[in-house]
Write a protein that binds this ligand. Structure first.
Ligand code: PHE
Ligand code: ZN
Length: 882
């Protein structure tokens, strides 16, 4: 484990390497305990670099066996070696030379899941961001692009299959009992995209013909016996390949594209060139074991990693500060893909929910950082919702500002100009400035200023003059390291709804009205107003439609106005936003009253809106399900902002849910029975029907105050979506009843051999609200299904509890915080990345009420007191406490 050195890296310190690399030839002699790695690097001194400058390669926990220059051992006086660096002096001034580095590594002892490690019986690598340096000494940074040739040697009984990036060159017998395989990747790439997989795996195969008529072999490797469960991933892959051709004109560029599913993986998946490695949770699916949400995630992540081939691999990042260059853009692309494959408004609603649930709290707390950070201690800690999700929103705003045509032209220019390069956000933006002839300077603040802007909106209608004026004012709170903020360019899509539900046509005058004709107001000053003429009756303003800018809106809008938008807006997302705003406002008011022990307000208005939507057959079922899903306890807490007391929030929310359930009792009981007929299909339409039936089941059960209906649905379920919905209703609303206990036991017995399904069983139990859940979590941690070394198990149980159970985790006695602190400290010794990520569940501790706040602080301080923290965990703890 790399322990904390306190070193901070800064964007402003960027400098290119002193030597340039041309080619690298890697040879691996695989063995679980002693793998030999030979790296031969063809390189030369960069023009203009002093001849006295040494070559400094990166390493991490490495042991060097020997090092040669052009085949001859280097004089020990000419090099220094530590586990972190190999420094070589007196290298040639101008000539190209070859450095050979020989290291020995122990995959089976590698528990961090970075570098070369074992998962099950296979060898696997993970190199992003800085894992290649755990394999050999090299320039382990994204701006060093080289052409790789890889030879893998192994005992035939140890690794039947040997894969690496690029195209297969050949292979065969090597010596007694051993064989070899060689791979060549013609596309220059940074070390973080290197991959090697070896072992005995099952495979499904297919082919894809590109738009330029090249045939590409497609292979998905999984554990033997799981081949059938990879079929949906293969289908998603082919649709992704076609979509990138049709939408961005980008075709695949090797003879083969491979995906390998592994069961021990720190993240979702990894876009290694030609050899994506996936967390098996995002590959394996069949109706019996995967939910509709699992299918949608698989589709999105397969697409995401595939799209990286152009946005990330062909064009990569100059340094890790530019991470959003590939991640924000690629998330934007996978969102667009999913929107095209499914219902665009429903997809957008889900994105908005996730953004607010994960990114907004990050931006409002101690871990806030710009989409492009300016400094870091541990880059692993910057694979965040801000870099990914807000990074994608920024690309979306760019498209809104320059328009769809100029956006596409800017993308074309980006691909054309920077193919084969490692570039920056400035390079990216320059392509759009050029394509649209716009100055994007002010817009670029979205990359450098952290925090969620607030926009306050006020309106006035002048009956005598028939004018309607909208006044907008922006503000942005200080964030760590950024006390003062500049005024941003905030694009706000809008519409004026008239009394009859139609939309006012005609553009406004005033600052920021320039492209208002296209339905967008551009807020570019601290405060500005626009005025619409010929508005004969008082209109209702629908603003930030589609969540065109990731901001907090402050607007006094009456319930009647919100209801008007909810009924009439032409934009489905805006209709949902109005319903959600209405519900949020009501829930916040109820939570405040509950906190003071006062009677709760009547929910009649909300009930009327929700039951109307629930019963409106002209609306998509998936949309109705989204509308019926009330803001979560954490959403209410975020709106309240400070001095949070989770129990009263929960009590208020439960009371409102009960009101809605009563109001729509008959409707819900009808809808709960309307699941799609016939065999299960994961398509969006069927999934929407199941989502509506699922939420209706929950309301109907609450209205009936009986688990009987959910127990019957559970028993009759023929797919995991319906089964998991019913199990959740039982475990969360009827805990401790025979029906809940029996269903949990039946589920465990049936899926005991399928860890990915047991993860659902862990998560549902861990998220059961209330203080008692903590004991159950402790019990589950000792169950035979739990494995503290497996990231999926840890996240399903401990991650779900700490990030998805506000009342259980934030127990007033601090036991939840202590449980997390103990686990983080224990896991840190073996897998720092996993430990640090778990710990981010503490990021909003300062918004709790004082008693809980103090307990949280003590737990954080206890982590800090543990001996030998990794850089990953120490960075998170220190920033969280700062
Ligand atoms: N680059 C991967 C992705 O987005 C994420 C990842 C980061 C995976 C670091 C592993 C390690 O798509
Ligand atoms: Zn990515």
């Amino acid at each position: 484990m790399r322990t904390d050195t306190g070193q901070v890296f800064h964007l402003k310190d960027y400098a290119p390497t002193d030597f340039v690399v041309d080619r690298i030839d890697l040879t691996f002699e695989l063995d679980p305990a002693e793998t030999k790695v030979i790296s031969r690097v063809l390189m030369k001194r960069r023009a203009g670099v002093s001849r006295s400058a040494p070559l400094v390669f990166d390493g991490d926990e490495l042991t060097l066996d020997s090092v040669q220059l052009d085949g001859n051992d280097i004089d020990p006086a000419d090099f220094d070696v530590t586990p972190e660096n190999l420094t070589i002096r007196n290298l040639p001034a101008e000539a190209t030379f070859e450095i050979t580095v020989n290291t020995t590594i122990a995959p089976e002892a590698n528990t961090s899941l970075m570098g070369l490690y074992r998962t099950g019986n296979i060898y696997c690598t993970q190199c992003e961001a800085e894992g290649f340096r755990r394999i050999t000494y090299f320039y382990d940074r994204p701006d060093v692009l080289a052409v790789y040739t890889v030879t893998i040697i192994s005992r035939k009984d140890d690794a039947r299959l040997m894969l690496s990036n690029g195209n297969y060159l050949g292979g065969g017998n090597y010596d007694e009992g051993r064989h070899f395989a060689a791979w060549f990747d013609p596309h220059p790439k940074p070390s973080y995209l290197f991959a090697l997989v070896a072992g005995d795996l099952g495979v499904i195969e297919d082919t894809f013909t590109t738009m330029d008529e090249r045939e590409v072999a497609l292979r998905i490797y999984v554990e033997h016996g799981k081949e059938k469960r990879a079929a949906y991933a293969m289908d998603a892959l082919k649709r992704s390949m076609r979509w990138d051709e049709e939408t961005f004109g980008r075709a695949y560029d090797l003879d083969i594209f491979m995906i390998v599913a592994v069961s021990d993986f720190n993240m979702g998946a990894m876009e290694n060139k030609g050899l994506n490695v996936f967390n098996d949770k995002y590959v394996l699916a069949d109706p019996e074991t995967a939910t509709d949400a699992d299918y949608a995630n698989i589709e999105a992540i397969i697409a995401h990693e595939y799209f990286h081939n152009w946005t990330g691999n062909r064009i990569t990042c100059r340094d890790w500060f530019q991470l959003c260059l590939k991640e924000g853009l690629t998330v934007f692309r996978d969102h667009a893909f999913s929107a095209d494959q499914r219902s665009a408004p429903v997809k957008r609603i889900a994105e908005i929910r996730l953004l607010k649930a994960h990114q907004f709290p990050e931006d409002a707390g101690p871990l806030a950082h710009p989409v492009r950070p300016e400094s870091y201690r541990e880059i692993n800690n910057f694979y965040t919702a801000t870099v990914y999700e807000k990074g994608s929103e920024v690309v979306g705003m760019l498209r809104t500002i320059v328009g769809a045509d100029a956006f596409r032209q800017g993308m074309d220019l980006y691909f054309e100009r920077h193919d084969g390069q490692a570039v920056t956000i400035e390079d990216f933006l320059a392509c759009f400035a050029e394509a649209s002839s716009r100055d994007l300077m002010q817009f670029s603040l979205w990359y450098s200023q952290a925090g969620t802007p607030s926009v306050s909106v006020s309106t006035s209608w002048d009956e005598a003059k028939s004018t309607f004026t909208v006044t907008l004012e922006q503000s942005l709170q200080p964030t760590p390291g950024q006390p003062r903020k500049e005024v941003m360019h905030i694009p706000l899509a809008y519409g004026l709804l008239l009394e009859d539900g139609s939309e006012h046509k005609g553009s406004p005058s005033g600052a920021g009205a320039s492209s208002a004709a296209a339905g967008v107001l551009h807020l570019t000053r601290r405060k500005q107003s626009v005025t619409f003429a010929d508005v004969a009756s008082r209109p209702v303003l629908s603003i930030n439609r589609g969540f065109s800018a990731p901001v907090n809106l402050a607007m006094e809008q009456s319930s009647a106005d919100l209801a008007h938008i909810a009924r009439h807006d032409a934009d489905g997302v805006a209709r949902w936003q109005a319903i959600n705003d209405h519900a949020t406002r009501h829930l916040v008011a109820a939570a405040r009253l509950a906190r003071d022990g006062r009677p709760l307000p009547a929910s009649d208005e909300l009930c009327a809106i929700l039951t109307a939507v629930a019963g409106d057959e002209s609306l998509e079922p998936a949309f109705r399900a989204q509308a019926l899903t009330l803001p979560a306890e954490s959403d209410i807490a975020r709106e309240i902002g400070s001095n949070i007391e989770p129990d009263s929030i929960r009590a208020a929310r439960e009371a409102v849910i009960a009101d809605v359930a009563r109001a729509g009792r008959e409707l819900f009981s009808t809808l709960a029975n309307q699941a799609p007929g016939g065999p299960y299909s994961p398509d969006a339409g069927s999934a929407g029907l199941r989502a509506l039936a699922g939420i209706a089941l929950s309301y109907a059960s609450i209205a009936e105050a009986s688990p009987a209906r959910a127990a019957a649905v559970f028993a009759a379920a023929d797919n995991m979506t319906v089964m998991a919905q019913a199990l959740q209703v039982l475990a969360h609303h009827f805990p401790g009843t025979g029906a809940a206990t029996d269903a949990l036991a039946a589920f465990e017995a049936r899926f005991a051999d399928n860890p990915l399904v047991i993860d659902k069983w862990f998560a549902i139990q861990a998220m059961a609200p209330g203080a008692a859940t903590l004991d159950r979590v402790r019990e589950l941690m000792t169950s035979r299904h739990f494995d503290r070394m497996n990231p999926n198990r840890v996240r399903a149980l401990i991650g779900s509890f700490s990030a998805g159970n506000p009342t259980g985790f934030n127990r007033a006695d601090g036991a939840g915080f202590r449980l997390l602190a103990d686990e983080v400290t224990a896991i840190d010794k073996r897998n720092p990345q996993l430990a640090a990520r778990l710990l981010t569940a503490m990021r909003s501790w300062r918004s709790l009420e004082p008693v809980r706040q103090e307990e949280a602080r003590l737990a954080l301080v206890a982590i800090l007191g543990a001996a030998q923290l990794s850089t990953d965990v120490s960075d998170i703890v220190q920033r969280t406490l700062a």
